[in-house]
Ligand binder design. Structure first.
Ligand SMILES: CC(C)(COP(=O)(O)OP(=O)(O)OC[C@H]1O[C@@H](n2cnc3c(N)ncnc32)[C@H](O)[C@@H]1OP(=O)(O)O)[C@@H](O)C(=O)NCCC(=O)NCCS
Length: 137
């Protein structure tokens, strides 16, 4: 297997990102069939770290950060074929490094609840979500 190369930046081909979301299973919980929404998610994210094996996108950490106080890590995904090789850990490490002193906040997918404590995350008992309003309301 080739070495994994990490990059920071959101200038990414939409189809590559959608394919990665599908191939990591994160696509089951993200709006991958709404291309406009996915394009906006990439365009407006201001801290995106990606992992590449040659020209193949194998991992992503997509965040919004103020680079001072908080970074919201919305999507962390590693291609199934490349999981359990430390890529997720490295994507989070680089996200943290790029965010300066900002703390990272996230919502874990059900299958990843046991993952984040391994990376040093602390469960927060007072987290709240205000769901988006349905369109037309
Ligand atoms: C969760 C995910 C990002 C982890 O990425 P990864 O590159 O496979 O993880 P790493 O190789 O960095 O794993 C780091 C450690 O966590 C462990 N680990 C990996 N996935 C785990 C899981 N789902 N649950 C518990 N531990 C896990 C690894 O064994 C490793 O342990 P070690 O430090 O003792 O060696 C990846 O499995 C994924 O993309 N899952 C599907 C999408 C998803 O659920 N994303 C999270 C959205 S919140």
């Amino acid at each position: 297997m080739s070495a994994i190369v990490y990059r920071v930046g959101h200038d990414l081909e939409l189809d590559l990102v959608i394919n990665l979301y599908q191939e990591s299973t994160l696509g089951e919980r993200r709006p991958i069939h709404d291309r406009d929404c996915m394009a906006a998610m990439i365009r407006n994210a201001n801290l995106v770290v990606t992992a590449w094996e040659e020209d193949r996108l194998v991992g992503i950490a997509r965040s919004l950060s103020d680079f001072a106080y908080c970074t919201y890590l919305s999507d962390l995904a590693v291609r199934r074929s490349h999981q359990r090789r430390g890529i997720g850990r490295e994507l989070v490490r680089r996200t943290r490094e790029a965010g300066g002193r900002a703390q990272i906040i996230l919502l874990a997918a059900p299958a990843a609840v046991e993952y984040y404590p391994r990376l040093g995350f602390i469960r927060h008992p007072q987290a709240w979500i205000l769901p988006a309003e349905a369109s037309g309301q």
